[in-house]
Ligand binder design. Structure first.
Ligand code: T5A
Length: 209
């Protein structure tokens, strides 16, 4: 059985990752592929419980930065072993809304942990399950937040970080795209949804050949 392909969507807040990931799943299914959609943090019962801790901070206790890194990694380790790798081995395609590059961008570039340390932690968590294609939906931080404000629903713990934090995250993603230029493709997330979806579909055609 041929292994499926693994596609991830990454980028700063409000770039349209969820919108585009779901559009891609629908397009792949229409093309006759079996597809699994998942997201980070989350995607397993353990991962979703970790997501609650990371996003809503309900205990009232501040989460240490080190704990934050390890919780993201723990959610990912579970998702890779219980969901992503089994699906790929069944020949399915996997579309994931954020993955390991989010830790490098947010906790590495954003929080200031050494980037190489974040990459090493990611490597431990994912055990070689690298995406075949990572689509970086890039847009200015202010444009992403304007969209989220329009959508409503308030900000989660990380969205509440200062603008400079989110600028570092965006810059970090662009660095990662340069570093891993064979895996990353950058799309301008300011373009209309249909335009971005068409460009993403074109990129996906290339990895399916
Ligand atoms: N995080 C995550 C880390 O710090 N480290 C990690 O390792 C990981 C995995 C996750 C948070 O955790 C952090 C990053 C995040 O802060 P989340 O709730 O999953 O949080 O949030 P995000 O992944 O950031 O998703 P968002 O909801 O912020 O945005 P999306 O998914 O990029 O955007 P989407 O599709 O929900 O769209 C946002 C709005 O814009 C509109 C949509 O209709 C929607 O209203 N929109 C467009 N409008 C105009 N033109 C377009 N092209 C549009 N595309 C979408």
């Amino acid at each position: 059985m041929q292994r499926g392909k693994f596609i991830t969507f990454e980028g700063p807040e409000g770039g349209g990752k969820t919108t585009q990931a779901k559009r891609l799943v629908a397009a792949l299914e229409q093309a006759g592929r079996k597809v699994l959609y998942t997201r980070e943090p989350g995607g397993t019962p353990t991962g979703e419980a970790i997501r609650e801790i990371l996003q809503h901070d309900k205990s009232g206790e501040a989460i240490c930065r080190e704990t934050e890194v390890l919780l993201f990694a723990a959610s990912r380790a579970q998702l890779v072993r219980h969901v992503i790798v089994p699906a790929l081995e069944r020949g399915e395609w996997v579309v994931c809304d954020r993955f390991a590059d989010s830790t490098t961008a947010y906790q590495g570039y954003g929080r200031g942990f050494p980037v190489e340390q974040m990459i090493a932690i990611n490597d431990f968590a994912i055990d070689g399950a690298q995406p075949d294609l990572t689509i970086l939906l890039d847009l200015p931080v202010s444009a992403g937040f304007a969209r989220l404000q329009q959508r409503g629903g308030g900000k989660d713990r990380i969205e509440r970080e200062a603008q400079e934090f989110h600028e570092r995250v965006r810059h970090g993603y662009l660095e990662l795209a340069r570093r891993w230029s064979a895996r990353f493709q950058i799309l301008d997330a300011r373009e209309p949804t249909d335009v971005v979806a068409a460009k993403a579909w074109e990129l996906v055609q290339r990895v399916s050949r």
